[in-house]
Design a binder for this molecule. Structure first.
Ligand code: FUB
Ligand code: ZN
Length: 689
């Protein structure tokens, strides 16, 4: 790896998103999702599964107060497992016990992270006051020694860190750190950051290579990348060391989790264990993306962070191998990952079923994290292409167009009857849900969508990388000079982008991604004082000495003047794809994309029985303005046929082979992320050709 290539995300405070498309998503998060989720965290949503999240913090705070008041007379609760299944008899009159999933605290941490990001774009004193009040509640639950996890505070601290594999304490720590840093960076308020750092200090005293310390590591990764973030915020190397320790220790033999779960080892002494947690092998020896998909991409993100900060090529090589395996053999065309609901996990290579897919929203969010971190090390368009694919398709599909309901699982084919009657598909919901008992995805969406600019742009001293074309006003300092960049974009419907930069007399580089889906492009500088010949038909108005192209990025270095406009045009053509023949489910079928958007057929536009359709992919196609529930989109019209099942002796299950009777039809494709906004109906991404 080459340190000169390293870049880091732009501070959200230096970017104002002006983009029509993304502004709408962010406004939905601000006006719908954040208030709704605050109500949900407080169990105030009629008809939705209760969260108990704030209840748990309040109960832990109350216990903490008693503890302080009683001193030595205080008796710690005796450990009782009140995890996943514990439900109060009367949710309106909760006792002071812990309820919900063991990782329920993390829902608040994701919410406060989203609030922090949102405040950078839209100051809101009322929301900030609610957030400050909530932070007081959370901090009141923190123990004298810094420990902060309500599950164990309320159930008995004698068992803390005894089930790292399953009990998510380090996962909750990770989300706490992410939330605390985000809120501090947005508001300058450090109460939560101080509490988070105290808990991280406690954990750093507890775990590590030194004698007498625990040799464990997280069962659900995220603490690794979160500790890196805390390190980058505080510059305290203790946090970096701990993150590195967790990465290095993972998967070493004898397995730490074996020590925690000896009874399972007895039952299955020679079995391959812990692939679900990516702890089956030391991370540098891993080359296949396996196990729980969210855990996996969170781990790989942490690995990439540590590889960059410690300039560790062996770790970066492992990241590249895992990336390659994932995107070449395990990635849905929607940017989803996780082919099986068994363990919410990756399946084997090329096993990408459409109607039983898991493709959890959080997993695609984690893929976005991993891609951004790879870009920070090595600006190569392949990472940005996948980041864009995940973001514009599965991640966006996770939320309804009105921001009021969510998908956890993101299938590529749905027959509603099957979702209701076929147990193998019970995990696939044909319509988005208001909330979930295990509500990992909605708050994860909120924090990701409200920080989208941190995926769009990274920077190093004299360079701004544009990975995603999201209209924004950007500020940056280059060698003491303030540089401003104003970008407008018509993505994702049109590939036209304009950039105006002002760098006074300071040379400054714009590194612009040439999307992998783009077969030809045009870049022109308008308004320059001179009109040099660039030596390229695709690039005009620039002197050949001012630009270079590397790994799918166009680097333009010059002294930029406000009066000049750089125009980019990445024509978005309709593209029709086959899957690799090893993907059994997609053989003989095609999927349609245009620019960053993956399309699908929905019953609302095509009638039922989508399986009877075939696409004539060679026939002329048309792109047309359309709206889905008020959302302006481009629909794609293509020609094809529909088998006439009435003429096929419907009373017989089998019949001698014959050419099917079929009628010509127009197939209408809508963007995948907009499906299931018009009620329960069939959907399919892949269509027979
Ligand atoms: O275990 C915590 C979160 O809940 C995971 O990341 C999701 O996959 C869901 O299982
Ligand atoms: Zn999730």
């Amino acid at each position: 790896m080459n340190k000169n290539n390293f870049s880091s995300p732009l501070s959200l405070r230096n970017v104002q998103i002006t983009d029509t498309f993304w502004k709408k998503e962010m406004e939905l998060v601000r006006t719908e999702v954040i208030p709704y989720q605050w109500a949900a965290l407080n169990d105030q949503v009629e008809g939705a599964a209760p969260s108990f999240c704030m209840h748990n913090f309040k109960a832990a705070g109350k216990l903490n107060k008693e503890k302080k008041e009683l001193g030595t007379a205080f008796k710690e609760p005796v450990y009782t497992f009140r995890g996943f299944e514990a439900l109060p008899e009367d949710p309106k009159h909760l006792d002071d016990k812990f309820y919900g999933f063991v990782f329920q605290d993390s829902d608040f941490y994701k919410w406060i992270e989203a609030v922090g990001y949102s405040l950078t774009q839209h100051p809101d004193p009322q929301l900030e006051a609610i957030a400050d009040g909530a932070i007081d509640i959370v901090c009141a639950a923190q123990q004298e020694d810094g420990y902060l996890d309500t599950y164990y505070i309320l159930n008995g601290k004698d068992r803390i860190f005894t089930n790292l594999r399953d009990h998510h304490e380090l996962y909750c720590l990770g989300h706490l750190l992410e939330g605390a840093v985000a809120y501090y960076q947005a508001t300058g308020k450090d109460k939560l950051l101080k509490a988070a750092s105290r808990y991280a200090d406690y954990v750093a005293d507890y775990f590590g290579p030194e004698e007498g310390k625990c040799k464990g590591y997280p069962g659900h990764e995220i603490a690794e990348m979160a500790l890196v973030r805390l390190y980058e915020t505080t510059q305290d190397s203790k946090y970096l060391d701990l993150a590195k320790y967790f990465i290095d220790e993972r998967g070493k033999q004898p397995y730490y989790f074996d020590k925690e779960h000896p009874e399972e080892v007895k039952k299955n002494p020679n079995g391959l264990r812990y692939a679900y947690n990516q702890a089956h092998l030391p991370v540098r020896e891993q080359d296949e993306a396996v196990g729980h998909a969210v855990r996996a991409v969170y781990l790989y993100s942490g690995m990439a962070d540590i590889a960059r900060l410690t300039e560790d090529d062996t770790l970066f090589d492992a990241c590249k191998r895992l990336w390659d395996n994932m995107v070449q053999k395990k990635l849905y065309i929607t940017g989803g990952i996780g082919g099986t609901h068994m363990g919410e996990a990756f399946s084997f290579n090329y096993d990408l079923p459409n109607d039983t897919a898991y493709a959890e929203t959080c997993a695609s969010i984690g893929l976005v994290f991993f891609a951004r971190r790879m870009l920070e090390i090595c600006p190569d368009v392949q990472y940005a292409d996948v980041m864009e694919q995940a973001l514009y398709n599965t991640v966006l599909a996770g939320m309804a167009l009105d921001g009021k309901s969510f998908f956890y699982v993101n299938p590529l084919e749905v027959l509603p009857e099957a979702c209701h009657k076929d147990e193998r598909k019970f995990h696939v919901k044909p319509v988005r849900q208001k909330w979930f008992g295990c509500a990992c995805c909605p708050p994860n969406l909120a924090r990701t969508l409200s920080s989208v600019s941190s995926y769009a742009f990274t920077e190093k001293d004299d360079t701004l990388f544009v990975h995603l074309y999201i209209g924004s006003d950007i500020k940056k300092t280059v060698n003491g000079t303030d540089v401003s960049v104003r970008m407008t974009s018509e993505f994702p419907w049109n590939g036209k982008v304009t950039l105006q930069a002002d760098s006074a007399d300071t040379p400054f580089t714009l590194a612009l991604r040439i999307p992998g889906w783009c077969t030809s492009y045009q870049v022109s500088l308008l308004g320059a004082a001179h009109n040099p010949i660039s030596g390229s038909e695709a690039i005009t108005g620039l002197d050949a000495s001012e630009y270079t192209i590397k790994d799918g990025y166009l680097y333009i270095t010059r002294k930029w003047k406000e009066s000049e406009t750089l125009t980019l045009d990445f024509p978005m053509e309709i593209q029709v794809w086959n899957a690799n023949p090893n993907v059994r489910e997609d053989i003989g079928r095609a999927a349609v994309t245009r620019g960053p958007i993956t399309y699908c057929l929905e019953e609302a536009d095509n009638g039922c029985d989508l399986h009877l359709l075939t696409l004539d992919w060679n026939a002329p196609a048309q792109v047309r303005d359309f709206t889905v529930c008020g959302e302006p989109v481009k629909e794609i019209l293509m020609q094809g046929f529909k088998e006439d099942k009435e003429k096929e002796a419907p009373q017989r299950l089998y019949r001698p082979v014959q050419t099917a009777e079929k009628s010509p039809v127009t197939l209408r494709f809508i963007p995948y992320y907009t499906w299931a906004n018009r009620g329960e109906n069939e959907m399919s991404v892949w269509v027979r050709v």
